[in-house]
Structures are given as C-alpha cells and as structure tokens.
Design a protein around this ligand. Structure first.
Ligand code: DGT
Ligand code: MG
Ligand code: MG
Ligand code: MG
Ligand code: MG
Length: 252
C-alpha cells in the first residue's frame, strides 16, 4: 500500500516488547472492590461465590491464552504467568495486558449470574492490570509466594477484625485498635479464646487462595486432553513445585 502523508503518525507509537527469557506476569486487581463488595453485599470477610466467580473468570482467560502456565488468585486479584519463551503478541506488554484484562473483566460479568443467582450487578466492575517481568525461576516463585503470604496475612487480620465487629459488636475503630501491633500468634490466640475458631481449620481457599494449572485428563479412547484445574495448596514450599514439574519446567 502506498504511503500516505499521515503515515508518520505511526512513529509516535513506542515498542513495549517484554525482555526475552523472562517470565511475564500479568496481574489484574478489582478497582475499588471495597465499594463493589459492599454494594453487592459480599459476605465478610470471605464470600465464597465471589472467589469462585474470580476463579471462573480466570479459567476463561487460561482456556483462551494457552501460553499461560499457572495463575494465582485471591481476594479481588489474579496473577497470570506466561511461559518465559512465549511469542504471543510478540511479547508486547500492552497487548498481553489489555487482552488478558479485558477477557477477565468480560468473563467476570458474563459468569456473574451463575454465581450470584438472585443478585443483579449494580454497575459494571473494572480491573486494573500491570505487567511484571521476572528473569529467574526463583524470582517467579518468590513473586507467587509473596502473593500467597499476602492472603494469609490479610485473612488472619480480616477474620479477627470481622469477628470482633460482627460477633462482639466492636466499632471498626475499636477492632482496629484491638488488633494494632499484634503478632500472628496473638491473632490465632484471640480467635481461639474469644470465638472458638481454630484458624487452621478455616476453609483452605480463604487461607491459601486458588492456583490454576493445566492437567492432562483422559478424553475418549486413549486420548489425553489438557484442562485447567483449580488447586488449593501451599505454593510457597518446594512440594507443590515437585508435584507439578510441568509449570516451571526443566526445558529452559
Ligand atoms: P484498589 O484495588 O486500589 O482500586 O482498591 P480496592 O478497594 O479494590 O482495594 P484492594 O484491592 O486492596 O482490596 C480488595 C477489597 O475487596 C477489600 O477491601 C475487600 C474486598 N473484597 C475482596 N474479596 C472480598 C470478599 O470475599 N468479601 C468481602 N466482603 N470483601 C471482599
Ligand atoms: Mg490496590
Ligand atoms: Mg482492588
Ligand atoms: Mg486487591
Ligand atoms: Mg485491530
């Protein structure tokens, strides 16, 4: 096609290809979900339907983007990890990020009625997204460990906070003061002494988040088909990575 005098405007676009040989993480996070959760009456501190809807939206993303090897979700966020040698969208960060984010957001809305049967959406939710590159396998594992540690820290705090507010009728400020400066051991003790809650018996999905991986399952006569499987497991220690060696892989 002949060049037009307008062609030069393309020079204003900048390249944003991700560095080669790096794990590409796209993390989406609900925008102002404090308000969204309140408006849609999510159960405090954990709403199972809301978490399952997040998982469903993330499964849609993984089913479409086959280059994603693992995803980890908690609260209103999901992290998607692309293979370090992916060539999808020529590794362009803006393409990866915007496509993942928009499919996640539309899937969240699309699947909403299945998870919140008699509750209508009051307004369209949106998600922010960022791309982060991790050059080593250790960096990637530490990233995922950081997100999973975050679930535990927040959930322990939130379980205490909402027990104090909802069961002991403390004001949010009183509950906050009561918890300020307390160690994890104090919080475990408080839950047990005052509410008879053994934190370790709380549902694992609330304490550990959800990890999505691909597994080969039999389909028909001697055929294997990859499907996306949600796991609720510790991904901080080595065991998970030994049991799921295909995720990080030994090929690079
Ligand atoms: P942001 O991300 O800066 O736009 O602001 P937020 O409000 O989304 O803050 P963020 O992402 O740090 O925290 C997630 C919020 O979502 C948090 O305030 C509680 C809410 N949320 C997430 N999952 C649940 C749930 O299962 N139940 C309830 N009640 N709230 C939840
Ligand atoms: Mg935030
Ligand atoms: Mg958020
Ligand atoms: Mg968040
Ligand atoms: Mg186009």
């Amino acid at each position: 096609m002949a060049k037009s005098k307008f062609d030069y405007v393309k020079d204003f676009e900048h390249e944003d290809n991700c560095l080669p040989n790096c794990w590409i993480v796209v993390r989406v996070d609900g925008r102002n979900f404090s308000k969204f959760a309140e408006s849609h009456q999510f159960i405090k501190p954990n709403d199972l339907a809301a978490l399952e809807l997040m998982n469903r939206a993330a499964i849609s993303v993984m089913e479409d983007f086959r280059e994603i090897v693992i995803a980890f979700g908690q609260s209103d966020e999901y992290s998607f990890v692309f293979r370090k040698d992916t060539h999808q969208f020529k590794r362009r960060a803006s393409k990866l990020l915007s496509n993942v984010n928009s499919l996640f957001s539309s899937s969240y809305v699309y699947h909403w009625p299945r998870f919140f049967k008699n509750r209508e959406l009051h307004y369209p939710p949106s998600f922010d997204a960022r791309v982060v590159l991790y050059p080593t396998d250790k960096n990637l594992r530490d990233y995922l460990a950081w997100r999973q540690a975050d679930v535990h820290i927040n959930n322990l705090y939130n379980t205490c906070f909402w027990s104090l507010v909802l069961k002991k009728h403390l004001t949010p400020q009183q509950a906050e003061e009561r918890l300020s400066g307390t160690l994890a051991s104090h919080k475990n003790e408080l839950l047990f002494q005052e509410f008879g809650i053994n934190y370790n018996n709380e549902p694992a999905i609330y304490r550990k988040g959800t990890t999505l991986v691909r597994k080969l399952v039999p389909s028909g006569i001697g055929r294997l088909k990859p499907i996306v499987v949600p796991l609720v497991d510790d991904i901080i220690g080595d065991r998970f990575w030994k049991e799921n060696p295909e995720v990080i892989g030994l090929k690079s």
